[in-house]
Design a protein around this ligand. Sequence first.
Ligand SMILES: NC(=O)c1ccc[n+]([C@@H]2O[C@H](COP(=O)([O-])OP(=O)(O)OC[C@H]3O[C@@H](n4cnc5c(N)ncnc54)[C@H](O)[C@@H]3O)[C@@H](O)[C@H]2O)c1
Length: 421
Amino acid sequence: MTSKSNYDVKDLSQAALGKQRIEWAAREMPVVKLIKERFSKEKPLKGIRISGCLHITSETANLGLALQAGGAELVLCASNPLSTQDDVAAALVEFGIPTNAIKGEDDKTYYKHITTALDHNPQLTVDDGADLVTILHTKRSELIKNVIGGTEETTTGVIRLHSLANEGKLKYPIIAVNDAQTKHFFDNRYGTGQSTIDGITRATNILWAGKVVVVCGYGWCGRGVAMRAKGLGAHVVVTEISPVRALEAAMDGFQVMSLMEASRVADIIITLTGDKHVLDDEHFKIMKDGAIIANSGHFNVEINIPALEALSKTRSTVRPFVEEFALKDGKKIFLLGEGRLINLAAAEGHPASVMDMSFANQALCLEYLVKNQGKVELEVHSVPEDIDKEIARLKLASMGITIDTLTDEQETYLNSWQEGT
Ligand SMILES: NC(=O)c1ccc[n+]([C@@H]2O[C@H](COP(=O)([O-])OP(=O)(O)OC[C@H]3O[C@@H](n4cnc5c(N)ncnc54)[C@H](O)[C@@H]3O)[C@@H](O)[C@H]2O)c1
């Protein structure tokens, strides 16, 4: 039930626009559509209260509608202060999904919105970055007794949850949706790859060809951004702390160097590490005049913004999502999207086609948690292999792609050790 006390959006009159966007995204989400149709008939989430902390985008709205079709009572809040699409938030309220999210909300409002989502007294949680789960485990722990389980969408959230579990403090089972192959192979790589370039382009309108672009972190997201920047004609440099990933980047044809070396030559630096203060005081000091810096990792701590401020005489917005820091030494550095994930701050996040698989995982994992209530062990789980494979099969079918199956002879051969040279 939506009542004025359980939602908070910028402007309900934007709902019609939001609905159009949601429908547009739905065209590229055939797997979620199939799940929604089955959920409408079977109602596997009938009467289940879900609190979801996700980027409030048109793709998330389609997940929300699928869960609602399955019988769930869902309340949503934003998982980042800058990622909300206000028209989509308004449409969600009209669809009967109370939503608490306003683009550009301050930290106080952000946490107030999480609290409202938790007031729903959830039986399932859906998180992206583990802020909701953290508040539930600390300030609202009295609610945990009713929670069956939860899901986590992103790498950073999964890392936080493993730390919580390692300290013996995790209080209900969580499925790491991020770790499904049909999630991070595609969403983190192709989704972040394309949408990060999109966000930086929309914010700055730069020409990528010929630029020196430094990608910090060659994980799933970094690989995607490096690949797409190269495709646009940039000279891509990778920085890493993992020897194996650095080697992979080198053999993929990228220049690999330390960030101190890379900072001197960079036109654009993009962080995608999930780490803290990757770009810091020492790097700002040696950057070129006019360098552009952006983050696409989950939290806005990858760039040490207070340190940049301390080096600067002035900080001013020169176009939407572009702030100029005029340093005391006379040069200028441009920070995009307040250091928050730039693909969601300045663009629309991942294309719907890739979120189709991520959110199919979400929907099927939530159904799994309800079906197996009381039987799922208290730990951070991988996505069941059957779910991962089924999503890949459905996605391939939606793309009109047929693959081969093993013959009986091949099946026997692959399962035997006797046959050799
Ligand atoms: N922008 C988005 O929409 C989006 C989408 C998915 C994930 N994410 C977030 O992006 C971040 C990266 O995710 P991922 O799946 O690529 O993780 P990952 O673990 O696959 O990769 C992270 C990489 O960063 C490297 N790294 C860590 N600290 C570093 C440092 N100081 N300097 C250089 N490299 C460093 C690690 O060695 C690793 O190779 C996470 O915060 C994740 O939550 C963002």
